[in-house]
Design a protein. Structure first.
Length: 563
C-alpha cells in the first residue's frame, strides 16, 4: 500500500475516523490491526516475520531485567507466534485478490504453511525450555546469552531473505570448483518490504534494555504496536523505543496546530514524490538502463537528476510518515535535515537518513571502539561501519562500493582536518597552521580549507556526493567503470540520449531548491510556516497544483522499499 495511492487514502480515512472516535486503549488496538493490514497489503505471508521479531524481542526484553517472565505474557507471546503461523501462512490469501473469489480456495491450506506451524510449535517449546534453563546461569552470562540470541534471530531473518541469493551468486565460481551448481541453491522468494527497517527498530529495543537505557514494556500488545506502527514501518524513520514507546503508551491529544503541521508535511512529501521523484525517474532510467553508447552529458545529468530523485523519493516518504503520524498525535524522528547543504561528509551523515546513521553510530561504530583507540583503529571502524551501512541498503556489490566510498570520504576528511587527534571541522578558523604537531602538507590543507567560502565547500562536497550516487544507482561494476570513464572524458563523443523530465519535475525542482535555500538561511526546516498567511496560501496552492500535475507521471515504487 503506497502513500501516494487511492488505497492508502481510503485506508487512512477509515483509520483516522475510528481513531477520533475510540478511547485510548481502543486507539492502540485499532493501530495494531491497521499496522498489520497496511503491511499485509503487499503480502500477508511476511506478517509472520514481523510476528517472529515481535515475539522474540518482547520475550528477551523482559528476561533481560527479570529471569522469570510473567506467565500471562509468556502464554500470550507463545500463542501469538503459533497463531500467526496458522493465520498468515496456511490460508491461500492470494484468493482474496481474485475477481472471482471462491471461499473454498481461501481455505485450501498449503503444505508449506503447515510445516511452518509445526516448526513454530517446536520453536515455542524449545524457547520456553531454554528460558527455564537460563535461570540457572550467572546473571551477566544469562543477559549476554539473551542479547546474542536477539541479535542472531533478527539478523538471521534479515540475512536469509535479503542476502542469501547475493552470497550464493558471489560464490558461484567457488561452488563450481567442488562440482556444485549454485543456480539450484538460489531462492525464488520475494524480498519482504522494509525488512531492514523494522528489524533494526526491533533490535534497538533489546540492545537498549541490555545497556540499561530503556525499561521494557510489560505488555505484549504494547510492544507489538511499537513494531507494527504503520507510518514508519516500511521505509523509516527507524524509531527507538525510548522515543516512540512513551508516546504509544500515553493518551494522545490531537490539536489544531499539530494537525495543520501534519497536513503540511503530507503535502510537501507528496509534492516531492509525485511531482519531482516520479517525474525524474524516466530520465534517470533512460541512461542507467541503456545498453548503448552514452555521452558525458548523459552521465552528468542522469547522476545529478538521481541526486534529486533519491532525496525527493526518500525524504518525501519520511515527510508523509511524519505528517500522518502527527495527525494521530505522535511525533516521529526527523530523518532529513537539508543534507545537500553539507560542507563535508561528517556533516552529511548528520543530515542524511539521520535515523540510520545514528543507529550505525550507536550500535556499530561505538561498540567497535569508535575513535577511542587511536588513528588506525578509528579509520578501520569508520570503514567497517560504512561498508556494512552500504550492504544494509541492498544485496549488491555496488552498494558495498558506495559504502566504501562514503567510508573513504569520512576517513579522508578526518585525516585532512585532524589536529592532535581531535577532529577539526572544515569551517573552523583556528591556528592549525602554526601548530607544531601538524606537518607542512597538512598546514597547507588547513589553510586552503579555512580559506574556502561556505558556498564553495557546499558545492565541492555536493559533487563528491553526486559521484557516490552514481555508484549507488549503477547496475554493475562494468557500468560503474564505463560511466566513470565517460564522465571524465574518456568516452565517445555522441549525441545525448537522456529523456527530458516531465513538466511537473521541471516546475517542482526550482520550487524545492528555493524552499531549501529559505530553510538553510533561516536555520530551521519548514521556515515557510513563519511567512505571512497570504504567502503561505499561495505556496500551498502552488505545491498542490504541481503535485496534481505530477499525477500524470507513471507511478514509481518508493526506492527504499527494496531495502
Amino acid at each position: 500500500m503506497l502513500f501516494n495511492s487511492l488505497d492508502f487514502l481510503c485506508f487512512f480515512a477509515i483509520v483516522y475516523i475510528a481513531y477520533c472516535i475510540l478511547p485510548f486503549r481502543g486507539q492502540n488496538w485499532m493501530l495494531l490491526v491497521a499496522g498489520y493490514v497496511f503491511y499485509g497489503w503487499w503480502d500477508v505471508r511476511f506478517l509472520f516475520l514481523i510476528a517472529c521479531s515481535t515475539t522474540v524481542d518482547f520475550t528477551i526484553g523482559l528476561l533481560l531485567v527479570n529471569a522469570k517472565m510473567p506467565l500471562r505474557e509468556r502464554w500470550t507471546a507463545s500463542l501469538f507466534l503459533i497463531g500467526a503461523a496458522i493465520v498468515f501462512l496456511c490460508p491461500n490469501w492470494s484468493a482474496l485478490r481474485l475477481k472471482t473469489f471462491e471461499i473454498v480456495h481461501f481455505f485450501t491450506f498449503r503444505p508449506f504453511g503447515l510445516e511452518v506451524v509445526a516448526g513454530s510449535i517446536v520453536f515455542v517449546l524449545a524457547g520456553n525450555l531454554l528460558i527455564d534453563l537460563s535461570t540457572r546461569l550467572p546473571e551477566e552470562r544469562r543477559r549476554r546469552l539473551l542479547i546474542v540470541s536477539s541479535i542472531f534471530v533478527n539478523l538471521a531473518f534479515l540475512g536469509f531473505f535479503k542476502y542469501f541469493n547475493f552470497f550464493i551468486g558471489s560464490a558461484e565460481d567457488a561452488f563450481r570448483i567442488f562440482g556444485i551448481d549454485p543456480s539450484g541453491l538460489r531462492l525464488s522468494v520475494v524480498l519482504p518490504v522494509g525488512i531492514s527497517f523494522y528489524t533494526f527498530q526491533s533490535l534497538s529495543y533489546t540492545i537498549d534494555i541490555y545497556r540499561c537505557k530503556l525499561v521494557p514494556t510489560t505488555k505484549f500488545w504494547n510492544f507489538a504496536l511499537f513494531v507494527a506502527y504503520f507510518p514508519p514501518m516500511v521505509a523509516g524513520p527507524i524509531e527507538r523505543g525510548r522515543h516512540l514507546l512513551p508516546q504509544l503508551l500515553s493518551p494522545r491529544r490531537i490539536n489544531l496546530q499539530q494537525s495543520m503541521d501534519g497536513l503540511v508535511l503530507v503535502l510537501l512529501g507528496l509534492f516531492k514524490k509525485i511531482a519531482i521523484a516520479d517525474g525524474i525517474a524516466p530520465s534517470v532510467n533512460s541512461v542507467f538502463n541503456s545498453s548503448g553508447v552514452i555521452s558525458q552529458i548523459d552521465v552528468a545529468l542522469a547522476t545529478l537528476l538521481f541526486a534529486f530523485q533519491i532525496f525527493c523519493d526518500f525524504s518525501g516518504y519520511s515527510d508523509i510518515a511524519r505528517g500522518v503520524s502527527k495527525l494521530l498525535g505522535i511525533n516521529l524522528l526527523l530523518n532529513f535535515n537539508l543534507p545537500y547543504f553539507s560542507k563535508n561528509p561528517s556533516e552529511f551523515w548528520q543530515r542524511w537518513h539521520i535515523s540510520l546513521s545514528s543507529w550505525l553510530r550507536d550500535y556499530l561504530y561505538i561498540p567497535l571502539g569508535g575513535n577511542r583507540h587511536g588513528r588506525l583503529l578509528t579509520y578501520r571502524n569508520l570503514m567497517l561501519t560504512m561498508l556494512l551501512g552500504g550492504l544494509w541498503h541492498g544485496a549488491a556489490w555496488n552498494y558495498v562500493l558506495w559504502g566504501g566510498y562514503q567510508g573513504a570520504l569520512l576517513c579522508g576528511h578526518r585525516l585532512l582536518t585532524r589536529h592532535d587527534e581531535q577532529p577539526l571541522m572544515l569551517g573552523t578558523r583556528v591556528n592549525a597552521c602554526r601548530s607544531p604537531g601538524v606537518n607542512s602538507w597538512r598546514r597547507v590543507i588547513h589553510f586552503l580549507l579555512a580559506s574556502l567560502s561556505p558556498s564553495l565547500k557546499i558545492g565541492c562536497f555536493f559533487l563528491f556526493c553526486c559521484y557516490g550516487w552514481l555508484l549507488f544507482c549503477a547496475h554493475s561494476f562494468q557500468q560503474i567503470i564505463q560511466f566513470t570513464a565517460v564522465l571524465f572524458g574518456f568516452g565517445v563523443n555522441v549525441a545525448p540520449i537522456i529523456s527530458k523530465p516531465t513538466l511537473s519535475a521541471l516546475m517542482g525542482i526550482p520550487i524545492l531548491v528555493l524552499l531549501q535555500l529559505c530553510d538553510y538561511r533561516a536555520g530551521r526546516l519548514e521556515s515557510f510556516q513563519r511567512w505571512r498567511p497570504s504567502f503561505q496560501g499561495v505556496l500551498y496552492a502552488t505545491l498542490f497544483f504541481v503535485m496534481i500535475m505530477g499525477t500524470s507521471n507513471a507511478p514509481v515504487q518508493f526506492i527504499y522499499f527494496q531495502f
